[in-house]
Design a protein around this ligand. Structure first.
Ligand code: SF4
Length: 393
């Protein structure tokens, strides 16, 4: 994912579309200084849950077929984009390229001057690429979790790394911007990841979105997800290896500093509202604790204060950008000098870490998956989606 490219931490500069930085920066400042508390940065659009991979770390693909075969239509997707003022739209899933009308959703979002990031495992990219055109508002974000061995193991299929790299090269040759989305698990080796980031630079990848693996409730392979301390240690090692390198991360400098254990941040769950086939997901991209019928209902009627680190057991280990990038962006506005210094020097990789938020008062996790699943199935049946399946891909 992704995430709002407000600034890029890197040791050497690379090209960032200036109009994108300015547009997003102006949007954030307008919201912030006009006193709007709950404003979104990134709309996470999951037009379907079906995927053509079965990654060990994914909690979306074990839904029943009636849900996996359900999709958000072009009209619904564009209506949701119109409802939500976020300047960035991330097409996630499932695998978005399995959605037969994905190109129309992307075109509609671009026509609305949204910065669109299409997250894909790239297995269908070569087949579908001619449906898309290079555009300053459009970026492919290819899922790559490491070098050949690490990535193929993460996605549980040999050959996937080579296919993704071939797709990246093809997209670059056709003039597209290409980022990668990289989730790091607790078996990640900082040295191997550093070599992998060097490799992505050599094939022209323009941005790297980092995500610490988080044991969200439906992920089947919880044992490999990072806890907070392990996350910070891993990113400190990684960033120390990155000094003097040309790695370009798509996240803000202060979010990277947070990953390295140098900031004490609370989550901003409304920063990345999520729209999927069930509706608007509460409270965030990672946790499905209920669904709102509209963006307004999501923003107005979600009890935001009951989520976040130290507030809710399911949030205890979460450090993902969909929750904390918006916090880092707000901190950047409040403390521009601090942000500029971190951007210049890179995150601190030695010395004491910032204190963690206490966990002793968090409310216990509610396990309502089965109940929500039954409700969601009923909603989909009522809406006729499960009886009106269209052929995929
Ligand atoms: S900390 Fe925030 S982003 Fe993370 S799971 Fe909780 S609500 Fe979601």
């Amino acid at each position: 994912m992704i995430r709002p490219p407000i600034s890029k931490h890197r040791v050497k500069p690379v090209s960032v579309p200036l109009h994108q930085t300015l547009r997003i920066g102006l949007y954030v400042m307008r919201q912030h200084f006009s006193g709007v508390k709950h404003y979104p940065l990134v709309l996470m659009m999951e037009p379907l849950f079906r995927c053509n991979l079965t990654c060990a770390g994914c909690g979306k693909i074990d839904y029943p077929d009636s849900i996996l075969n359900s999709r958000i239509s072009v009209e619904e997707a564009l209506a949701s984009i119109d409802e939500c003022p976020a300047p960035v739209v991330v097409m996630a899933g499932g695998e978005p390229l399995l959605h037969r009308e994905m190109d129309q959703i992307v075109k509609g979002a671009i026509a609305r001057k949204k910065f669109v990031y299409l997250c894909t495992n790239a297995l269908l990219l070569e087949k579908k690429i001619d449906l898309y055109e290079p555009n300053p508002y459009f970026t492919w974000t290819v899922h790559l979790d490491g070098n050949r061995e690490d990535h193929d193991r993460a996605v549980s299929r040999d050959g996937t790394f080579d296919q993704a790299v071939a797709a990246i090269k093809l997209a670059k040759s056709k003039g597209f911007r290409v980022n990668i989305n990289c989730t790091l698990f607790n078996n990640a080796d900082a040295g191997r990841m550093a070599e992998f980031f060097d490799f992505t630079q050599s094939i022209g990848v323009e941005g790297i979105t980092l995500s610490p693996g988080y044991a969200y409730e439906r992920a089947p392979d919880g044992e490999h997800f990072l806890n907070r301390r392990a996350t910070k240690d891993l990113f400190r090692k990684l960033f120390s290896l990155g000094k003097g390198k040309n790695w370009a991360f798509t996240q803000s400098s202060l979010f990277l500093d947070f990953l390295a254990g140098n900031q004490t941040y609370q989550c901003t769950p409304w920063g990345n509202p999520t729209r999927n086939v069930f509706g608007w997901q509460r409270p965030c991209y990672l946790l499905g604790e209920g669904y709102a019928k509209s963006y307004k209902e999501l923003m107005d009627e979600t009890d935001w204060e009951s989520y976040g680190t130290g507030k809710y057991e399911k949030c205890a280990d979460c450090m993902v950008h969909s929750g904390y990038e918006a916090t880092a962006v707000t901190d950047t506005l409040n403390n521009p000098l601090k942000a500029a210094l971190v951007a210049l020097r890179g995150p601190k990789t030695e010395g004491p870490m910032a204190p963690d938020l206490p966990l002793d008062k968090q409310r216990p996790a509610i396990n309502n998956y089965d109940q929500l699943l039954a409700q969601n199935l009923e909603t989909l049946q009522t809406e006729g989606r499960t009886n009106n399946l269209k052929r995929m891909s």
